[in-house]
Design a protein around this ligand. Structure first.
Ligand SMILES: [Mn+2]
Length: 477
């Protein structure tokens, strides 16, 4: 580490010590060569003392080991790693600062020099791949502007991105690939009214150019999916918004993305990530059903799938299981952004999943879907502001992976035991009859059904057995 960098770090520590609410000092990307963030060199490991994480089984007391996730173990006919397809989210793990609307950043990762330079972006990318390799996953996710700094112009931003992407391609080697890439269309002030749904045509064009480039680099890196998260594609007030026109624009934008993807021979799956609100009051891709209806209305249903995020599900008033099932039943279950919210908090807290019952339901949906490839489980989750040790990054991911692995093991018990699926089947057994078959085939008209109702008289209505269903579910946790 250079002396100047040490001084800079000391300065940062002072800022924090004296409680001044200030961001880390940054250097503009164009300010290279002034001694500010001019080298991506780093001596030795980024995570010294942290070994490659191994499976040690449920009885281990080692926090840096898997207790339930055993990558090559077969469960329900597939290796655990093939069911899970875990991914590290670059933005939370390497750009998360711990800052919140009330307080300054709390994370002082040793490799950060306080700049937003291309050199710093490259050093951070090296840290990312050491992290991924030590954690033992094969996938990562990124936004364009998280991995490389914005330039003064679009051309300069693209140049910065190309430089960092070339390094990422090299560091990926033959095994690691992006689970998905995306364009960040929400941070820069130009996107304050949205990207594809901005009332300003120049912003629509800029957003299109940014997505074009992001699709290109995702393709170049071998990314299996490309995500659209419309954080600002919505409205704050309907009084100043032409909702019909904005929805039409969003559809035209997505059509253009499909056309471009095909033009460059990119075969990755395009994914919409529903979220009801935050940052806008109302987002157009509110939940899975709303997104499915939008795709159907505009003839895009065959071109997109959904990336279901558990915390977004609960913000929209649903459970994650409901959203996964809605996506699955529409043939749209493409990916899971694996996180969870806080039951007492009304916003997107992006926490690592730790609830075994929730993880079991999530995995139940994925197993019923026959797996999720080419999608996977992306940890769109961040450390709490107060967790500030480098090893916390590992502990959080290990915990999330073990929780989902435990969920998968529980689903195997549910399937093998068969009592819960049997309970559900029995509830509908009256439809496994000649009349039921006619109804399900769409061949029972109202006159025919009236005849049956008179013939049968008052129906006998059996118990739903909900408490028994809950007891059977609990028995596998
Ligand atoms: Mn997400």
């Amino acid at each position: 580490m250079k002396a100047g960098r040490i001084l800079l770090l000391l300065l940062c520590l002072n800022v924090v010590t004296f409680g001044v609410i200030a961001d880390l000092p940054t250097c503009p990307a164009s300010d290279l060569g002034s001694g500010c963030g001019d080298s991506d060199e780093w001596e030795g490991e980024f995570f010294p003392g942290i070994p490659k994480i191994k499976y040690e089984g449920p009885s281990t007391k080692n926090p840096l080991a898997f207790k339930w996730y055993n990558a090559d173990e077969e469960i329900l006919g597939k290796k655990m790693k093939d069911w899970m397809r875990f991914s590290v989210a670059f933005w939370h793990t390497f750009r998360g600062t711990g800052g919140d609307p009330f307080g300054a950043p709390t994370k002082n990762w040793p490799w950060e020099d306080g700049t937003n330079s291309v050199a710093m972006a490259k050093r951070r990318m090296r840290a990312n791949f050491e992290f991924i390799n030590k954690l033992g996953v094969d996938r990562w996710c990124f936004h364009d502007r998280d991995i490389a700094p914005d330039g003064e112009t679009l051309e300069e931003s693209n140049k910065n991105l190309d430089e960092v992407v070339a390094l990422a391609k090299d560091l990926q080697g033959t095994k690691i690939r992006p689970l998905w890439g995306t364009a960040q269309l929400f941070l820069h002030p130009r996107y304050m009214h949205g990207g594809a749904t901005s009332p300003e045509v120049g912003v629509y064009a800029y957003a299109a150019a940014q997505v074009k480039k992001a699709i290109e680099v995702t393709h170049y890196l071998g990314g299996e999916n490309y995500v659209f998260w419309g954080g600002r594609e919505g409205y704050q007030s309907l009084l100043n918004t032409d909702m019909g026109r904005e929805l039409d624009h969003l559809a035209r934008f997505l059509e253009a993305a499909v056309a471009y993807k095909k033009k460059i021979g990119y075969n990755g799956t395009l994914l919409i990530e529903p979220k009801p609100q935050e940052p806008t009051k109302h987002q157009y891709d509110w939940d899975a059903a709303t997104s499915a209806n939008f795709l159907r209305k505009y003839g895009l249903i065959g071109e997109f799938k959904l990336n279901i995020e558990c915390n977004h599900a609960t913000l929209s008033g649903h459970s994650c299981y409901h959203e996964l099932e809605t996506a699955r039943l529409n043939g749209l279950l493409g990916n899971v952004d694996a996180n969870t919210g806080d039951p007492q908090t009304g916003w997107d807290t992006d926490q690592f999943l730790t609830d075994i019952a929730e993880a079991t339901l999530v995995m139940h949906s994925v197993v019923k879907n026959g797996g999720i490839a080419p999608g996977g489980f992306n940890f769109d989750a961040k450390l709490r502001r107060e967790s500030t040790d480098v090893e916390d990054l590992f502990i959080a991911h290990i915990g999330g992976m073990d929780t989902l692995a435990r969920g998968l093991r529980n689903v195997a018990k549910l399937v093998e035991d068969g009592s819960l699926p049997d309970l559900v089947r029995k509830r509908y057994k009256s439809f496994d009859t000649e009349v039921g078959a006619l109804i399900e085939a769409g061949k029972a008209d109202f006159e025919y059904l009236e005849k049956k109702a008179i013939e049968w008289g008052e129906p006998t209505v059996p118990s739903a057995k909900q408490e028994l269903a809950e007891m059977l579910f609990q028995s596998v946790l």
